[in-house]
Write a protein that binds this ligand. Structure first.
Ligand SMILES: [Zn+2]
Length: 234
């Protein structure tokens, strides 16, 4: 099982690790700060011993680091990992924004999220909603930016699986949680949103800056897609 350093310190930009498994260009380490693709988030990228890591995936409890070419690494080798921090930090800001946006649209309309894609430059959230126009989008985004400006603390903690499942609203995507985990990671954004979530977030919503809506799209009768990005406020 790969130790997830990004759960202990989301702001870790570099780390040391030992190679545990090598399969052509895929490498498993004993620990990593690279957040793998999943839960709608694109993976981190960066370098391992100076060579590019182009994708990171998870299979069971292991995290696989994908390099462009077969790795000249052996089991037991020591490696130094460096994240593409600019990309990762944008993903963190986008991800926390998506949670706030989903919580606000849900509390205003009761709509549920049917999908999301969090990328550094443009993200999207899909809602199960029939009535969604530009005016409504701007109204929700104003509420989102008000919440961000309140400087809400983002806390993460672990909770027994049964306890989390028994708390209303904590597990929004029950099937997305690996059945092997007996503890779930909970992410709490001030008084706005609390849910089981494995992804990376900022510590305080002020770090997000500002959320800007880009466009909305109709994806079927009752499915609305909202595209957004984050901007610095300074
Ligand atoms: Zn999330």
């Amino acid at each position: 099982m790969t130790r997830r350093l990004f759960w202990e310190d989301t702001y870790a930009k570099e780390f040391d690790a030992e190679v545990e498994q090598v399969e052509a260009n895929r490498i498993v380490l004993d620990q990593t700060a690279f957040n793998p693709r999943g839960g709608g988030l694109v993976s981190d990228t960066g370098r391992l011993n100076g060579m590019s890591v182009i994708d990171v995936t998870k299979e069971g409890d292991n995290v696989f680091h994908m390099r462009e070419a077969p790795a000249d690494l052996r089991v037991g080798d020591r490696v130094h990992g460096v994240l593409d921090w600019e990309r990762r930090y944008k993903i963190m800001r986008m991800h926390t924004s998506a949670h706030i946006l989903s919580a606000i649209v849900n509390s205003e309309t009761g709509a549920l999220i049917t999908g999301n894609q969090i990328s550094p430059d443009e993200s999207r959230v899909d809602f199960n909603l029939e009535n969604f126009d530009k005016e409504k989008m701007n109204y929700y985004l104003d509420r989102v930016n008000e919440a961000i400006q309140r400087g809400l603390e983002v806390k993460t903690f672990f909770m027994k699986r049964e306890e989390a499942l028994a708390t209303p609203g904590f597990v929004k995507l029950a099937n997305a949680m690996p059945p092997t985990l007996d503890e779930l990671r909970i992410v709490q954004i001030g008084d706005v949103d609390t849910q089981a979530d494995g992804g990376v977030h900022v510590r305080n919503t002020k770090e997000i800056g500002k959320v800007v809506g880009l466009k909305t799209e109709n994806k079927g009768k009752s499915n609305r897609r909202l595209y957004f990005k984050v901007e610095d406020t300074t």
